[in-house]
Each structure stands twice: as C-alpha cells, then as structure tokens.
Design a protein around this ligand. Structure first.
Ligand code: AMP
Ligand code: MG
Length: 522
C-alpha cells in the first residue's frame, strides 16, 4: 500500500469555504473550498517521474501498482485526506481580473517526507468552484509540456514546481487551440504537480481587493510560519522581511530564466509563486534564435508584455502588486518602496554576475558591461541559437583568431551563409575583444570550459522537440516523452548518443503551431 506521512496544514489552519457544493461561485472570507476530483473513465499512465516518486518515498514497485494510477488520476481518494481548491485573484496582462482560483487544480494533501513538505496537486481533474466558464480539464499536449518542463527545470537547478505523473483520463476534451473557431476533441490528461506550496501572489491580492484584512493576515502568517519560519509572524518587521525575501527569490528566479533563455509566457500575478518557483507551465518557450522581443504566447502577440527581455521588469511590476496587497499589514509605503527600488540595483548586479559566468570571466573588469551589451546586440541582429552559442563558446581557446572562433560558433547561426559583410565584421570585432579579454584571465582554457558548461546547458526542452514528443504520444507512443525526460535530467552534461537534440530548430518548426506559436488554450 502507498502510505504517505500526511501533514495537512493549509486546509487545517486556514478558513474554509463553508459551502461544500461544487458549483461555480465567488468565495468570500475563505482561502479554499473542499472539492473531490472527478473520476476519469479509463485512466492510463503516460509517464511517471521516477525521481519525484522516490523523493516522495515511493518504491519503483509502488509506482507500477494500480493503486498509483487510481490515486494520481483522481479515481481514488487518499485515506484521511480532504482535497481542496484554493481561492486567488490576479492581474492578467496588466489588468485586475478579480477572483480566479484553482479552476482545474485540486490539492490532494500535503505530505512530509524526509523533512520536506510537499503538496500533491492534480491538474485537470475536474471543475471546482473557481472554474468560471471553463471545464476544469486539461489536454495531453499541455500536460506533456508541463510534466517534462517542470522536471527539466528542476534538473537545470532552477526553482520550480515539480511533476510526479502524467495520466490519460480516457475522456475527450474540446479545445480551440488558436481561438479561431476550429475547436476539436483532444485527449484529456491529469498531471500530478508537487511543490512545498502552490500559494501565489494572487492568493494575497484577492483579500486585499476585498478589503478582507483578517483572512489576508491569516494567510500571510500561515505562509511565514510554514515557508519562512526564520521570520516573525504577526509583526510589521516580519511582514516587511517576508516581502523582501519574496522579492529576492523572485529576482533570483528571473535571473535564472534569463540565463537559460526561458520565456514563461504568462507572468500574470496569479502565476507568480510566493516561494519564487517557476509555476504554471502554459505557453512557455525557450529562445532558439536569441531575441529579447520574443514571446511564444500568441495570445500576447500584440503587446508582447511577457517577452523575454521584459521578464525582469514584469517581475518587478508583479512585486509592486504584491506590495500593495500586503500594505494593510505593513502600513509603511516608503519601506515597501525601498525594497522595490532595491530590486533594480540588485537585479543589475546579479545579471552582470550571471553573464560573467556564462562568458567564463572570473576577473571582473569595468568594461565588461560593454562587452556584454555588444554581445547582446550582435546576437540580436544575427539569428543565433542561444543555447548552442553559449555552449560552443566554451570551446574557444585564448590563442585562436577571431576567424577561427567564428567557425567554431558556426553551428549556432541559423543562416550561416548570411553571416557575411557587416554582420561578419560585427562578430569579428566582438570576438577579437572577447579573445583579448580571455587572455587577461588566469584560468586555462580547459578550466574555463568546465566552469562555463556548468551554467550554459547543452540540452533544453526546445519547443519543437516537445512538439515531436506530443505528436508521437498522441499516436500512443510515449517513448519520446521518456527519452526527453531522461535527456533533460542531465542538461549540463555531454551525452554523445543524444547529439541530435543539440541542434538548431529545423525550418519546418519556425512558424508551426505548438513550436513557435502557443496559445493559452490548454
Ligand atoms: P492560467 O492562464 O492557466 O494561469 O489560468 C488562469 C485561470 O484560469 C486560473 O484560475 C485557472 O485555474 C483557470 N483555468 C484555466 N484553464 C481552465 C480550465 N480548463 N478549467 C477551469 N479553469 C481553468
Ligand atoms: Mg495559472
């Protein structure tokens, strides 16, 4: 029998919605509503993260049993638990959207395993009181993307919610992928996501918007008690420090995203974790050609609010919304503003330090700021694959000429034949400068390569690769899902038999739905 050490706190310590009926509604003065997952008609496992299962204390043998399928598809309750959906609000694309909440996510329980708290949450297991006009379900394609990317992000060393399992429900789900009147039935799926907590900025915002200070305070104290236990609950000082730490974690997260070229796609305040985790993998994407204006999200095509280069600024904007939400508990505008002002300076310092690492520069020179901005400009004007570029950059040697360096990097250029004339000169100029800069470094070429390869991943979940796995899975073949899961467990390592995934995006994927174009439909 699968037995968890159940330590529910959220649904024990915080106020519940007294109405037990699962009907769509506004929920007041409560942090959550009790709900039961929907029973799928014929569940079938697509993939399990063995590593996550182990982390939760399950044996490989338990994962294989029917009981696992029953619990994580939503067919069978875990004894002694009371599943619930959380109430939250949020700013969507810059506008206050009122109550949102877990419309299709159901928290099964919290478990304690080796001193670590985990919330087990099913996504796609039916509508909740927060489902608004939607169906509470999720489709296979978006569930594969969430499952694989959560685990890939974790192995990149970037804070994230995790994913235990991906299960087909056997039920069809109607979706209009591009919102253009072409709705079709797709396979339904349920993912079991795990994280210490799924609390978002929006959980605090909803109580601020409703002037419900009592519940706001209860939630903030709860969050501090369980997730920031070194801080004091119930005091202004404690709340300020809490906000400061959330700001720091959020900042570190965005620096990490920029490092690996991850574009979240929907940085609404309801998709911002209070623990600084990457949360809600929707129309996210990875930069292939380096482009700070790129967003994978077609729903955001006009204003590009959530484009790559805008993510740090949006994180700050979102933090300002959180600051407003916490204001009733703090009542010190200047102190909150100070923390927000600090964000910009700290971000800049951390970004610089991250770029030094990417470039393998141990000594820090003042003029490196120009070196970095010149590089970013040059990457922007030549369509250059970000992942391949930085990975190959570690192959340069101090004694090379700029021309030799360009040929080392050739594989990163989308149209190598176009790296001619002024573009070629720009690269030659930058590389001449960079190679001269490397000569002023004491560490050897070999040492530098090792260090650079620890921060510049070789393998990321390229948009088109995820789509290949989705297309095969849709035909009932889940082998590529597992192959990618394995590949992305060691993103910084060379995997000679997997070189085919270290390749530029093929031309067929440039404008293909699912590869470079993704909507919020999931
Ligand atoms: P997202 O854009 O995925 O972050 O979702 C925004 C809000 O819509 C959240 O409150 C979700 O729970 C809700 N939502 C998204 N898709 C569905 C769905 N199919 N059924 C119910 N609620 C949904
Ligand atoms: Mg969301």
């Amino acid at each position: 029998m699968i037995k968890f050490n159940i330590k529910d706190t959220f649904n024990k310590e915080l106020p519940a919605d007294p109405d037990r009926e699962n009907k769509r509604r506004q929920v007041y003065h409560a942090c959550y509503s009790f709900v039961e997952p929907r029973r799928p008609s014929s569940p079938q496992i697509v993939h399990v993260s063995k590593e996550m299962a182990r982390t939760l204390g399950m044996t490989p043998d338990q994962v294989e049993r029917d009981e696992f399928l029953e619990i994580f598809s939503g067919s069978k309750p875990i004894p002694g638990t009371q599943p619930y959906a959380m109430c939250y609000g949020g700013h969507q694309f810059g506008h206050w959207a009122g109550q949102l909440g877990d419309g299709r996510a159901i928290n099964l329980c919290e478990v304690l395993e080796k001193g670590q708290r985990w919330t087990l949450q099913l996504k796609g297991a039916g509508a909740t009181p927060y489902a608004r006009s939607a169906d509470g379900l999720a489709v296979l394609r978006s569930s594969i993307r969430e499952h694989l990317c959560s685990e890939a992000m974790f192995h990149l060393g970037i804070p994230t919610t995790r994913s235990l399992s991906l299960i087909l429900t056997g039920d069809d789900v109607l979706r209009d992928i591009m919102y253009n009147g072409n709705a079709e039935y797709e396979k339904g799926a349920v993912v079991c996501r795990t994280a210490p907590s799924f609390i978002r900025f929006g959980n605090f915002q909803i109580f601020f918007a409703r002037k419900d200070e009592k519940t706001l305070k209860a939630l903030t104290d709860y969050t501090i008690r369980h997730f920031y236990p070194h801080l004091e609950e119930g005091t202004v000082e404690g709340y300020l420090n809490f906000f400061k730490e959330v700001a720091e974690r959020t900042l570190n997260l965005v620096v990490d995203w920029q490092r690996v070229g991850f574009v979240h796609g929907v940085m609404n305040t309801d998709n911002m974790s209070i623990l600084g985790l990457t949360i809600d993998y929707g129309p996210y994407g990875w930069l292939e050609g380096y482009d700070h204006d790129w967003t994978p999200n077609t729903t955001d095509r006009e204003s590009r609010r959530y484009r790559y280069g805008h993510q740090p600024g949006i994180a700050l904007w979102n933090l300002a919304q959180l600051a407003s939400a916490l204001f009733p508990l703090i009542q010190q505008k200047e102190k909150l503003q100070e923390i927000l002002d600090q964000f910009e300076t700290t971000f800049y310092a951390k970004y610089l330090s991250m770029m030094w690492q990417k470039l393998g520069l141990m000594k820090h020179e003042k003029s490196d700021v120009n070196l970095i901005s010149e590089l970013e400009n040059t990457l922007q004007i030549t369509e250059t694959d970000m992942t391949i570029f930085y990975r190959l950059l570690s192959d340069l040697r101090k004694e090379m000429t700029a021309d030799q360096a360009i040929s080392v990097l050739n594989q990163a250029f989308y149209t190598p034949e176009e790296v001619k004339g002024t573009v070629y000169e720009k690269w030659r100029k930058w590389l001449t400068y960079y190679l001269a800069r490397l000569k002023r470094e004491e560490i050897s070429d070999e040492e530098r390569k090792i260090k650079m390869n620890l921060v510049n991943p070789k393998y990321v979940l390229r948009n088109y690769i995820a789509q290949l796995a989705i297309d095969q899975a849709d035909q009932g073949d889940y082998s590529l899902v597992d192959e990618l899961y394995q590949l992305l467990q060691k993103p910084y390592e060379e995997q000679p038999d997997k070189e085919k995934w270290f390749a530029r995006r093929p031309e067929w994927a440039r404008h293909k739905v699912g590869c470079s174009m993704l909507s919020c439909s999931s």
